[in-house]
Design a protein around this ligand. Structure first.
Ligand SMILES: Nc1ncnc2c1ncn2[C@@H]1O[C@H](COP(=O)(O)OP(=O)(O)OP(=O)(O)O)[C@@H](O)[C@H]1O
Ligand SMILES: [Zn+2]
Length: 654
């Protein structure tokens, strides 16, 4: 007898589809089904006796012998789809490795071996670490969220390792999320060398076979530890006993395309649904987590001192308002020389890749701009091209100014490539290791750079965001922060929060071992209040000031936001669609939800599409979500719906 199955299909539609099925099938299995004129792979969500539709088509093939998604994982995915108002089919598709989405067999090709030798450290946990470990382990059988707030270099990883070992001893699995792919290799090494269990990685640089293997080893319980970037939050783990989110404040836990989830926020839900503890670790907690601490939803545990006798670095400012020396002040060059000759390493932080951010005409002020975006093009010297960092379009730099026809074209400003050039003129014999997206594109390139730094020889490291946090370089004595002033000019209301986090994280890379480190920040705004706190590493005080400001302005985390973004090649369509949407939203009438906009995005045009935003804000999360659900049900009534691309972003951060 055939049954009726409800199937989630990876299409941007807020619904599921019913099919007839003649074969035996269970919830969570993959099925191949006809959809419009194609065959697609879907996941069975329910088996039912009747359908609201007649003339059902039939399942062509049941692809699995056992469910690929178990009930708890499916429930978690349902929760996520519901919260982010995103189609369940696409949510499931985000959670599955590509090979499973394509319908390939769910077989492990290569089971990674268990480490045969583990190595224990030659130190004992500090008192603070011991207290943290004990406090977390008191809650191993129930949901409890902890904020492990430990200054940079306080040994949070040690706390992760001890609590993980305790969970493994109970036969449990542990999920560890790190923000950047660059932090996975060092974390994996630290976990593998210490724990007698299989540690599998889930991140984008693995090939598809490796990704599938990792997924299946998580699912069958063979992996004791699953370590990955944000999408690993969806890894099926039947014996999950603990979740750890390292650098919880980091923005890369939020996916900024398609299904816009935040893995940090979802970790609280997953831990709650699984009834297990959760550890959010960081030296610079997000205001969201600090607010949760205030509300007693999260317990804060502090590590106030650096481990192993190290102390926090000395931080000083260099006022570059009257600087005529270019990107590097004389003082910074002098200090760099001193540290290098003492056999130490120096890191210079500049958060901009390429040679120079502006290519312009000194005669008339013309600037090279992207034809497709509202942005200037960045000059890249090694390929002698101008590149748009928004749409990746590139072109040859002009020789004569298109406006005034003079030949006075020059670059302005500094990126990593130009800094490298300047440094090689000052430090001819010193190795310079530049780490940005351009030098780490090749697989393994990043790991090789890290290896070179970890070898400990004196060198200058040019670091971008990729090196800002988490790394533990033992011979790094000084960090110079070259250009953070853009952060003071940003329109994002979270900009100062991010800047404080960045400054403290980058500073935190210096002097992590025996000798005291030093941090030098070059700025044109030396009087900015942020420095009062950063200089003394008083993040918590600065954060409580920010929290007070947010409270008085009723901004997140004291209110909840959603963003409806529309974009189209026709500017008017994008804007008018949001006007229509605003009318619809206002007709739903919920007093406690404010609606602002539409307003053009800060970068209005990207890849030839015009972007507009409509903001929704409410003090009541439930009301906000109710209005969005109703809106979603009626969106087909909007006349311009098919003339624009649109998406909802819940808890937007940009
Ligand atoms: N109890 C201890 N005694 C001596 N050294 C320790 C101890 N705990 C950790 N360490 C060492 O201190 C260094 C910093 O530890 P770790 O990298 O875990 O810091 P962290 O808190 O994660 O810092 P960050 O937030 O900057 O990433 C490491 O080299 C680690 O081996
Ligand atoms: Zn562009």
């Amino acid at each position: 007898m055939s049954s009726i199955v409800e199937v989630a299909i990876p299409v941007p539609l807020n619904k599921t589809f019913d099919y007839l099925c003649d074969n035996e099938v269970l919830v969570g299995m993959r099925v191949k089904v006809p959809f419009v004129r194609k065959k697609v792979i879907g996941i069975v969500l329910a088996i039912k006796n009747k359908s609201n539709f007649d003339k059902l088509r039939s399942v062509e093939e049941v692809l699995d012998k056992t469910p690929i998604l178990d009930k708890p994982t499916l429930n978690f995915l349902f929760w996520s789809a519901n919260y982010y108002h995103h189609p369940i089919g696409e949510v499931i598709s985000t959670a599955l490795p590509k090979n499973l989405r394509l319908g390939k067999e769910a077989n492990i090709k290569r089971i990674t071996s268990l480490p045969n030798k583990t190595q224990q450290p030659d130190f004992k946990p500090t008192d603070e670490q011991n207290i943290a470990i004990a406090q977390i382990l008191k809650s191993t059988h129930q949901y409890h969220a902890f904020l492990l707030h430990g200054v940079t270099g306080s040994g949070k990883t040690e706390v992760y390792l001890h609590t993980t070992q305790a969970m493994l001893d109970q036969g449990k699995q542990v999920l560890v999320l790190v923000p950047e792919i660059g932090l996975t290799p060092q974390m994996i090494i630290r976990f593998e060398s210490r724990l007698k269990t299989r540690v599998v990685a889930i991140h984008s640089q693995l090939n598809e076979t490796q990704k599938l293997d990792a997924y299946l080893m998580a699912k069958n319980g063979k992996a004791g530890v699953v370590l990955g970037t944000r999408s690993a939050i969806f890894a099926p783990m039947p014996n999950l006993g603990l979740i750890i989110i390292d650098e919880e404040h980091d923005n890369s836990f939020k996916q900024q395309s398609s299904f816009r989830y935040c893995a940090r926020d979802l970790s609280l839900i997953r831990a709650k649904q699984t009834n297990i503890p959760l550890v959010l670790g960081t030296a610079t907690p997000s205001l969201e987590s600090l607010k949760n601490v205030m509300d007693e939803k999260i317990t804060r545990i502090t590590l106030t001192k650096r481990a192993g006798g190290a102390t926090l670095p000395k931080v000083s400012l260099i006022d570059i308002r009257s600087n005529t020396d270019g990107v590097l002040s004389k003082m910074l060059v002098e200090k760099t020389k001193q540290y290098l000759s003492a056999g130490r390493q120096v890191m210079l932080f500049i958060n901009r890749r390429g040679y120079a951010p502006v290519y312009y005409c000194t005669q008339c002020g013309w600037k090279a701009r992207c034809d497709h975006c509202d942005s200037t093009m960045v000059y890249h010297r090694h390929i002698n091209r101008l590149k748009c960092h928004h749409c990746d379009d590139e072109k040859m730099p002009e020789h004569t100014c298109p406006d005034c026809c003079e030949q006075n074209l020059e670059v302005l400003g500094y990126g990593t490539e130009r800094l490298e050039e300047t440094l090689s003129s000052h430090f001819e014999d010193t190795p310079i290791i530049r780490i940005d997206r351009d030098t780490t594109r090749r697989k393994k390139a990043f790991a090789q750079h890290l290896e070179q730094i970890n070898a400990g020889e004196p060198c200058i490291i040019i670091g971008t965001q990729m090196l800002a946090k988490g790394h533990d370089f033992s011979n790094l004595a000084m960090v110079g922060i070259l250009d953070i002033d853009a952060g003071f000019l940003s329109l994002n209301f979270r900009a100062t929060e991010y800047l404080a986090q960045l400054l403290i994280q980058v500073s935190g890379r210096a002097g992590r071992h025996k000798e005291k480190g030093e941090v030098v920040i070059q700025t044109r705004y030396p009087e900015h209040p942020i420095f009062n706190f950063v200089l003394s590493s008083h993040y918590t005080q600065f954060a409580s000031q920010l929290l007070k400001q947010r409270l008085s302005a009723m901004m997140p985390p004291f209110s909840h936001q959603a963003l409806l973004c529309a974009n189209a090649k026709n500017k008017q369509n994008a804007e008018n669609f949001l006007h229509e949407a605003a009318v619809l939203l206002k007709s739903i009438q919920m007093d406690s939800v404010e609606i602002w906009g539409p307003v053009a995005n800060t970068i209005e045009k990207k890849s030839d599409y015009y972007y507009f935003n409509l903001y929704l804000q409410s003090n009541n999360r439930a009301t906000l979500h109710q209005i969005l659900s109703t809106f979603n049900q009626h969106i087909s009534t909007l006349k311009l719906k098919n003339k624009v691309r649109w998406y909802l972003d819940i808890d937007p951060i940009e």
